[in-house]
Design a protein around this ligand. Structure first.
Ligand SMILES: *Cc1c(COP(=O)(O)O)cnc(C)c1O
Length: 386
């Protein structure tokens, strides 16, 4: 092992970020205070969405989104197999059944053609999904206009899992604008584009969905006198209207988030530059490099290369790790996890996602990655592929 270790992703915390958190620590509100509201408003303004509800992480935001859309036992939710576990688990929390739509071999996003075919079949068999959760893999949006069109034809709702795509664009609009979906989810985990330590956000243009998520994020409790069943008791009085949770984020985290949001354009720009550098320096190697769709600006959460010869993957991966480069693999197809196999899925069910998985390596990409460290990654990969 060499001394140096370059991770695949990491946060960039500035002195301003630190000062913002410290000043919140000295304020009256550590949680449920004005900084949470400010962060929500700032993300709504940034994306163009009408409403934003902040949560303790994106997984819980996905759960709230499913609950707000009425997902429950007997319902079916579809997502991509090439995602983090949470995109599927959120439906299981609600007691719903999960199924997957295989990916496109070029974008690694859920394939719209396969979605259309699967919907046509599901309609015949009377098992249409209630909700589809497209995942904007590596930071590049799915073809949302096409998925939206299918949602009108078949009557399903859409939650965008945009955990990777904070700051990304689709058709010239920010991911999260909600043009083609009901709810969009962001993650602020430290490996993502901006961070709050742990944290998430649900964005929507629907006042009704926003109100439901707002209620569920804090125990299902209401204090608004105009909405209470009984408002004669006194100023202390509250009612629990639904079975909610404590999925709240803190003001400390939102102070960090607000400060990070101000730096988001610079983060995206640096990630774009680094992606372009990888693209140029790796183009002669026996690899499939990330495909950039014309209608998208990718947030480039991940830079994934696929080896033309998947038989070399284990060896190349080990060689990179030995050289102090924290390569990773995103993702092990969700349907192959023991939990999902026990529900009836098996290897072979989604061949594109599996073929992709066997060839993929995630290279380091984060805003503070230096040109010199990136060049070292390129040199090491070049050596291992020779
Ligand atoms: C990171 C991630 C999540 C979960 O985010 P948390 O904030 O860690 O809960 C969900 N979906 C995808 C695609 C992710 O990458």
């Amino acid at each position: 092992m060499s001394e140096k270790y370059i991770p695949y992703g990491r946060q960039d915390i500035s002195q301003e970020d630190i000062d913002a958190v410290v000043s919140t620590l000295k304020s009256d509100w550590l949680t449920q205070g004005p900084t949470v509201t400010k962060f929500e408003q700032a993300l709504a303004d940034y994306t163009g969405a009408k409403f934003a509800v902040a949560t303790c992480n994106a997984t819980m935001a996905l759960h709230l989104a499913c609950r707000a859309l009425g997902v429950g036992s007997g319902d079916i939710v579809w997502t991509s197999p090439n995602t983090f576990l949470a995109s599927a688990n959120c439906a299981r929390y609600c007691g719903a059944d999960v199924d997957f739509v295989d990916i496109d071999a070029k974008t690694y996003n859920l394939c719209v053609k396969k979605l259309a075919d699967k919907l046509a079949l599901a309609k015949q068999q009377n098992c249409l999904p209630k909700v589809v959760i497209p995942v904007h893999f590596a930071g590049q949006s799915c073809d949302m206009a096409a998925i939206f069109q299918l949602s009108k034809q078949y009557g399903f709702r859409i939650i965008e899992d945009a955990s990777h795509a904070v700051g990304g664009e689709y058709q010239g609009k920010k991911v999260g604008s909600g043009e083609y979906s009901d709810i969009t989810i962001f993650s602020f985990h430290p490996v993502k584009i901006i961070t709050t330590g742990e944290g998430g956000m649900a964005l929507t243009n629907s006042a009704e969905l926003a109100e439901k998520m707002r209620l569920l994020v804090s125990h299902g409790m209401m204090r608004d006198a105009t909405k209470l069943q009984d408002c004669s008791q006194g100023a202390w009085y509250y009612e629990q209207a639904d079975l909610g949770y404590n999925y709240r984020i803190t003001d400390l985290q939102c102070a960090l988030g607000l400060s990070q949001l101000g730096r988001l354009p610079a983060f995206i720009e640096r990630r774009q530059v680094l992606a372009q550098r990888y693209h140029e320096k790796l183009s002669a190697l026996p690899l499939q490099l990330p495909y950039v769709a014309k209608e998208c600006l990718s947030a480039f959460h991940l830079y994934v290369v696929c080896l033309n010869d998947p038989a070399l993957r284990t060896q190349v991966f080990a060689g990179m790790r030995e050289a102090g480069i924290g390569v990773n693999v995103h993702y092990i197809p969700v349907h192959t996890q023991p939990y999902y196999r026990q529900l009836g899925f098996k290897w072979g069910d989604f061949p594109e996602a599996e073929a992709y998985y066997h060839a993929a390596i995630t290279l380091p990409l984060f805003a503070t990655l230096t040109d010199a460290d990136q060049d070292y990654v390129v040199q090491t990969l070049t050596r291992l592929l020779q």
